[in-house]
Design a protein around this ligand. Sequence first.
Ligand SMILES: Nc1ncnc2c1ncn2[C@@H]1O[C@H](COP(=O)(O)OP(=O)(O)OP(=O)(O)O)[C@@H](O)[C@H]1O
Length: 280
Amino acid sequence: MQNNPALSPTFAEPHDADALVQVSGIGKRYRPDGPPVFSGVSFDIRPGEFVCLIGHSGCGKSSILNILAGLEQPSEGGMIMDGREITGPGLDRGVVFQGHALLPWLTALQNVTFAVRARHRHMPRHEIREKAEHYLAMVGLEAAMHKKPAELSGGMRQRVGIARAFCTQPRVLLMDEPFGALDALTRGMIQEELLKICAQTQQTVFMITHDVDEAIFLADRVLLMSNGPDARLAEDASNPLPRSRTRETMHHEDGFYTFRNHLVDFLVRRSALAQKAATA
Ligand SMILES: Nc1ncnc2c1ncn2[C@@H]1O[C@H](COP(=O)(O)OP(=O)(O)OP(=O)(O)O)[C@@H](O)[C@H]1O
């Protein structure tokens, strides 16, 4: 951790000793004369955990993800990852946005090798290529790796984006509604692939979603934000379903409907009450 006296009081908060990421009392204010978008947000992410963040539009979810990515600075509080303060972007964090953000003049394979090369500057060319091919195969794109983004469907482009993020083997993968623009069928398929890859690689993930069922399928923990302005992290809900769940059968698992109702009730009712209580 860098020696930043301004942050020391917040970092004194209790955190899980095993946490990979420790977020301490972060807040964001874009306009000095207005209320903060959110404040006092603290949570931990343990290694290998899949954490989803849910909340109504405008409560600051993307701002939190951008702060974790180092693309934005918090107005208050701070974060530690692997014992060091996050102060800017780094290759230890891979980011997948809703728009795939691929380089349009490169093929799928070249887009992925570009990322591997940036991460592993001294890796031999053939190893870079093998790595890129491996991750493209993992997301089911063996046959399409020589196509350019314009020749791929939206779902395929998003999968290239996921392969690109995974292949750099970031300590944490940050995803901002990565499947928001996809049709339900493609979305389901990619969710399953993602869960499989995460299980194989023990990848740590922080993901924003609006979709309660997506969160229940993917997440070990669901963080619930109250409504903005001055939103807070209102609840930290552990997923009671076994990790072996599948999309087809998860609604038969004990606790599925109780957990789902809990999340839906938060979004429909408690998120507004939590905001009133926090700002009263
Ligand atoms: N760069 C910025 N400059 C000024 N205001 C911003 C900036 N980025 C976000 N905001 C404002 O901060 C608030 C939260 O935005 P943010 O995108 O973080 O919310 P969100 O919860 O991710 O919303 P959504 O679910 O609609 O994507 C909004 O009122 C937004 O207008």
